[in-house]
Design a binder for this molecule. Structure first.
Ligand SMILES: [Mg+2]
Length: 428
């Protein structure tokens, strides 16, 4: 079976109308997907993948993906599966394109979409949900498919294989029996920064009734308003539920140290992205100033080498891997392995279109064959789920295990037609 062609589409949903996704630095998010379809010579088999953006620039991702098509068009699926790590290096270390990266920014999130589509295709080819395809792979075969470049000072392939093999001892013979797992999650739905007090109050009550026990809210507007909002949410959810805050990079290191001092009274489980996402040493300074608080980051950590430094330096307490920021399974699993080695819990980022659908697979891969940490938690930020053929399903505050073959982000044809930015009905 062969890949015939790769098609990219610029899909944008007008979510800025409802203030969805608003935070301290992103005030008008139109949730968007650079959407990739890999067509094969079997009309019943195609791979789909996406990277998430918030509007303008989605076209740049689509343009970048167009440069990668040549590496798989005309190739047999089995050859692509066998050589996926070589293809990954060709894309992410392209001798000309790397100048506008390398392994960061537009070209890298475009690579995420491209490889997300390839992993979707491969797992569908094997008729398994992605998480199950990965955990069923022979360990050495899996290691060969990943990228460990620049990591050997912190994690060798041998250590990686040992971590996986040790975890695999706990697996049942038939991994399809694992499909009854509910993976615990927290909700981000109640406290987007653009929401009024009334809307937050209503949503907090509704989500409490739905069984949620962990709540995240946005802060970073002005600290008095942040304190007011924390007080409001705490008054509704009570003392026994968990509350996290996310200031989306808006504070300096010194401002963070000062503001954490003011927000501590609300018993915050973690402070997410308090300052610039590249500031590995700055995060450490914040932790040194407040040894009793936990920091979370990762949605804008741009590649595995940055993660390596955050993890080894203990600049983060919770690793928030993002399925569309770094370049898919090839790069994500090595990060999960480094987190496991240093016993850091992974709580994937999922605030964006398709991200909940993706992280449900990453959570299971991490839980079943990688992590050595006991904490199981993931973000759930329902967004645009009505546009997916098989959206992530939540029950009792957790993800229901996906069982359909693939990596779960197929968007309905009717939604693609309506919201295609170039020729969809909505935008014209
Ligand atoms: Mg965040």
């Amino acid at each position: 079976m062969k890949v015939l062609k790769v098609i990219t589409r610029d899909i944008r949903f007008p979510t800025s109308k409802e203030n969805l996704g608003t935070d301290a630095v992103h005030v008008d998010c139109d949730y968007s997907a650079a959407y990739v379809t890999i067509e094969t010579d079997d009309k019943n088999l195609s791979g789909v993948g996406l990277t998430f953006t918030i509007g303008k620039g989605n076209d740049l991702c689509c343009n970048s993906i167009d440069y990668f098509k040549e590496f798989i068009e005309g190739k047999e699926i089995e050859d692509i599966e066998k050589n996926i790590s070589t293809i990954w290096e060709k894309v992410t270390n392209h001798s000309q394109l790397r100048w506008v990266g390398p392994q960061k920014g537009v070209t890298h999130i475009a690579a995420a979409a491209f490889f997300n589509a390839i992993w979707d295709l491969i797992s569908k080819y094997h008729k398994k949900p992605l998480w199950q395809y990965i955990i069923d792979l022979d360990t050495n075969d899996l290691i060969d498919k990943l990228s460990f470049t620049y990591l050997d000072d912190v994690l060798t392939k041998k250590e990686a294989a040992d971590i996986i093999n040790e975890n695999k001892k706990k697996l049942p013979g038939d991994t399809s029996t694992l499909n009854s797992t509910i993976f615990p999650a927290y909700t981000t739905a109640v406290g987007w920064l653009g929401y009024s007090d009334d809307k937050m109050t209503r949503l907090a009550k509704e989500n409490l009734d739905k069984g949620w026990t962990h709540f995240k809210m946005k802060v970073g507007q002005d600290i008095e308003r942040d304190i007011h909002r924390c007080k409001l949410i705490r008054s509704i959810i009570g003392k026994d539920k968990k509350l996290m805050v996310d200031s989306n990079q808006v504070w300096s290191v010194n401002e963070t140290i000062e503001n954490i001092g003011k927000l501590k009274q609300f018993d915050i489980m973690f402070y997410e992205e308090p300052t610039n996402p590249d500031d590995i040493l700055g995060f450490k300074k914040i932790k040194d100033a407040h040894p009793d608080v936990k920091l979370a980051t990762g949605e804008m950590i741009q590649n595995k080498v940055m993660f390596k430094q955050f993890i080894e330096n203990k600049s983060l307490d919770y690793c928030q891997i993002d399925s569309c920021r770094i370049a898919s399974i090839n790069e994500i699993i090595p990060v999960l392995l480094m987190a496991s080695k240093f016993n850091i819990p992974v709580i994937p980022h999922a605030g964006g279109i398709g991200l909940c659908e993706y992280v449900q697979h990453l959570n299971l891969i991490n839980k079943f064959i990688i992590t050595n940490n006991d904490l199981t938690l993931s973000e759930y930020a329902e967004s645009c789920s009505e546009h997916f053929e098989n959206p992530a399903i939540i029950k009792s505050g957790g993800y229901v295990t996906p069982t359909s073959p693939g990596y779960s982000v197929k968007i309905k044809e009717s939604s693609l037609e309506e919201f295609d930015f170039n020729n969809g009905k909505y935008w014209n």
